[in-house]
Design a protein around this ligand. Structure first.
Ligand SMILES: Cc1cc2nc3c(=O)[nH]c(=O)nc-3n(C[C@H](O)[C@H](O)[C@H](O)COP(=O)(O)O)c2cc1C
Length: 406
């Protein structure tokens, strides 16, 4: 299970002999799902090149505080805001001293000073430097400031001496970083969500669509991210921004949506079909804009679209836990239960779209969670609150499923 999925880690590298280990550390953090960006001090660049760290992290490395160009792209305040955690590894005695006394005279100390996120340092230095009263006082000061310190290991050092001062082993640093995050109920899970309407082309300028705003699907994506999941959001056209950490796959028609879903849903842990997929599409879409014919009507011949939910829930291999939505205007529970059975779903969320204060374009929703064992009504509340409850219920079900398998 990836323990750092969606987590943003700003790795500070300072000028110690252990700086070469920050290359491996970057990789190991990424293996756990983290997005890693790197800040290097000037001294660090004498030990390992920014090019190496850029190639490994996949992002430009941040080096200078007083650089108008980089400040305008992602300056020290943005870097501090971006990070969920700032980890300085290795942290030199000099950096620790400057950080503990509130200096902000280079990019890394300025970022640390501006940061309000979780902070951690992994000191590494010669055993005598580590044992010095000044160093220990500085480390204590950091601890008192709430900075997590990953104390160095004992052993043979690069300088040939033996004692405490070696950088903590990289896998142990990764574990300690992971432990600093609350592991959400869906940590390490991959959730695929469809959202919004689809557009079925009549001609190059006209289409058949519906009133779906995408709000419910996007709120579910946000709730799944909050619960620690990796989220792929396959979305029809909407006017709202997608959650930043979701992977957005924009689509137009039902067929596009099916194609995109079949790329990512098989093998995912959870599939939630929230999109209001058009049941029908024009049999053929005109290549050129249709012209108005004098005093004549126009008959459109429609054919059925593929059923995305049924296709995913019907997978015989790599089938995710499959959840559907039933937007109905009457006989809510009956219709939704029938849909649960005919589409072979694990759960269906029924909502009454006849009431315009809930459902489609509104900010609120009132739903009933239906499974094969029963129903749970969720009282009217914002789509965010409803989404958190739905995600919590899905996580509970999945937990029960894995306990039964075990
Ligand atoms: C070869 C060499 C190795 C060094 N190794 C360390 C080290 O492991 N730990 C440390 O605290 N300082 C070490 N230093 C001293 C730091 O490089 C020096 O204090 C520097 O100012 C640190 O700058 P920074 O904290 O801005 O990166 C070393 C210096 C040299 C020349």
């Amino acid at each position: 299970m990836n323990r750092l999925t969606n987590k943003r880690i700003l790795l500070g590298v300072t000028g110690g002999i252990a700086a070469y280990k920050s290359a491996d550390l970057t990789r190991r953090l990424q293996d756990e799902g983290a997005d890693v960006r790197v800040v290097m001090t000037h001294s660090a660049q004498e030990f390992i090149t920014p090019l190496t760290m850029q190639a490994l992290s996949g992002h430009p490395v941040h080096l200078d505080l007083l650089d108008t160009e980089t400040e305008s792209v992602m300056g020290h305040i943005e870097l501090a805001r971006w990070a969920d955690i700032i980890l300085v590894a290795p942290a030199t005695a000099d950096f620790i001293a400057r950080y503990a006394s509130g200096h902000g005279d280079d990019l890394l100390t300025a970022v640390c000073l501006a940061a309000e996120c979780t902070m951690a340092v992994a000191p590494a230095m010669n055993q005598a430097m580590w044992a010095k009263a000044a160093t220990q006082a500085n480390v204590d000061a950091l601890r008192n400031m709430g900075v997590h310190t990953f104390d160095p290991d004992e052993g043979l050092q690069a300088c040939g001496e033996t004692g405490a001062g070696r950088l903590m082993d990289v896998p142990d640093i990764v574990t300690r970083v992971s432990d600093l995050f609350d592991q959400g109920t869906l940590a390490g899970r991959h959730v695929v969500i469809t959202a919004g309407p689809t557009r079925e082309a009549i001609d190059p300028v006209r289409f058949i669509s519906n009133h779906s705003s995408g709000k419910q699907g996007y709120a579910l994506a946000e709730a799944a991210l909050e619960a620690g999941a990796r989220v792929t959001l396959v979305s029809g056209p909407t006017h709202i921004p997608a959650p930043e950490r979701a992977t957005l796959v924009p689509v137009e028609s039902a067929q596009d949506m099916l194609d995109a879903v079949m790329q990512c849903a098989p093998g995912a842990d959870i599939f939630i079909g929230v999109a209001a997929v058009a049941d029908y599409r024009p049999e053929s879409s005109a290549d050129q804009k249709l012209k108005k014919q004098a005093s004549e009507g126009l008959a459109l011949s429609l054919v059925q679209n593929p059923d995305i939910l049924k296709t995913v829930a019907g997978l015989t291999e790599n089938r995710p836990f499959s959840v559907g939505f039933a937007a109905e205007t009457e006989n809510l529970v009956d219709y939704a239960t029938k849909k649960l059975e005919t589409k072979n779903l694990d759960m269906i969320i029924a909502n009454n779209v006849a009431d315009t204060s809930i459902g489609f374009n509104s900010d609120d929703n009132e739903t009933i969670i239906i499974t094969r064992d029963g129903q749970e009504p969720l009282s009217k509340s914002s789509k965010e609150v409803v989404s958190r409850k739905i995600i919590a219920t899905i996580a509970e079900r999945m937990m029960q499923g894995s306990e039964q398998v075990a």
